[in-house]
Design a protein around this ligand. Structure first.
Ligand code: PBG
Length: 325
């Protein structure tokens, strides 16, 4: 009988040995926590399809952000849920819009201790629920939407955002936001581009959280088609050319190969968004006792990091940071 020449198992025998050859690190500093703040509520409202997540009041948001920062999570991604919507989504750029109020509260509460990333989109603010303004035929008008994105970016920067994250997948959105920020005297406000955002069914629970499901049609006319990885790399390259400081792939789990392609081929700082539907699946299985929530969460986050993401935007950020502490 021939015995094996190589014995990799000997390096797996103890935790100390395994740590000697560990290739991927997962720390709280790799995580970004999304937060939802809703206008016109007195108490935080639980989001049914995302157990453990809340629509915050301005007051409860302060406390939540302090807890996030205390766990050494470096950044939050802020989503506003307005009480008034219209065809153009004008609350999105109003200085008194809920997202701007939230950014001011957070800046006031935490100073520079937490990086404030503002999601920039129109779907939470439009009465039809699309990510831009509509043309007469009901499609989203790209260039008229860019004019609105420019206004929103400036309003968010004025309110104290460190980083603006345009998420609507309009062509030229990064260039439009960069130009507007520079022109308004915010050359140091950074851009995290939702560069490769796929038309995914895994955004379902988020649309409850942000109250932004489209009233008609879907987002396949502007978000990426799930089979396309090369097109995703082209989108990322375009956003880098337009001035993005960081790029994003979204969702994470069905697109780990895209994360790897983007990292290898651009070398750019990269975030992956572990989205609402991915979180909901995990929580549902855990609630049924079908999966060990802690181990599953850490395995998922490690896998996304191993695929090449520098940062993981995840609703599990606080839990994971607790477990990693
Ligand atoms: C658009 C936006 C969406 C998400 C983040 N920004 C929804 C969409 O494109 O329909 C989804 C995030 C998630 O599912 O966790 N403003």
């Amino acid at each position: 009988m021939a015995f094996p020449q190589s014995r990799p198992r000997r390096m797996r025998r103890t935790a100390a040995l395994r740590s000697l050859i560990r290739e991927t690190e997962l720390y709280p500093r790799h995580l970004v926590a999304p937060v939802f703040v809703k206008e016109g509520i007195d108490e935080p409202v639980p989001i049914e399809s995302m157990p453990g997540q809340l629509q915050q009041t301005l007051e409860s948001l302060r406390k939540e952000a302090r807890e996030i920062a205390a766990r050494a999570i470096p950044a939050v991604l802020v989503f506003g849920v307005p009480s008034r919507k219209d065809a153009e989504g004008s609350e999105a750029w109003s200085p008194e819009g809920i997202s701007q109020l939230a950014l001011r509260e957070l800046r006031d509460e935490l100073g520079g201790d937490l990086v404030l990333i503002a999601d920039l989109c129109l779907d939470e603010y439009t009465d039809h629920g699309h990510c831009g303004v509509l043309a007469l035929d009901g499609s989203v008008d790209n260039d008229r939407t860019l004019e609105r994105y420019a206004r929103i970016a400036v309003a968010q920067a004025e309110a104290g955002a460190d980083m603006i994250a345009p998420s609507g997948m309009m062509d030229g959105q990064v260039a439009a936001v960069r130009w507007a920020l520079d022109d308004a005297g915010f050359p140091d406000t950074r851009i995290l581009a939702y560069a490769a955002k796929f038309a995914s069914t895994f955004y379902g629970p988020f649309r409850d959280a942000a109250e932004c499901a489209p009233r008609f049609g879907d987002r396949t006319g502007y978000q990426l088609d799930p089979p396309n990885a090369e097109e995703a790399v082209r989108e990322v390259r375009a956003d880098i050319e337009e001035g993005a400081d960081m790029v994003m792939v979204k969702p994470a789990l069905p697109y780990l190969d895209v994360i790897r392609h983007v990292k290898d081929r651009t070398g750019f700082p990269l975030a992956a968004y572990n989205v609402s539907g991915e979180y909901a699946m995990l929580r549902a299985a855990a609630a049924n006792g079908w999966i060990d929530e802690r181990r599953a969460t850490l395995e998922i986050l490690t896998g996304i990091r191993r695929a090449g993401a520098d940062l993981v935007i995840t609703y599990s950020a606080k839990d994971a940071a607790n477990w990693l502490a």
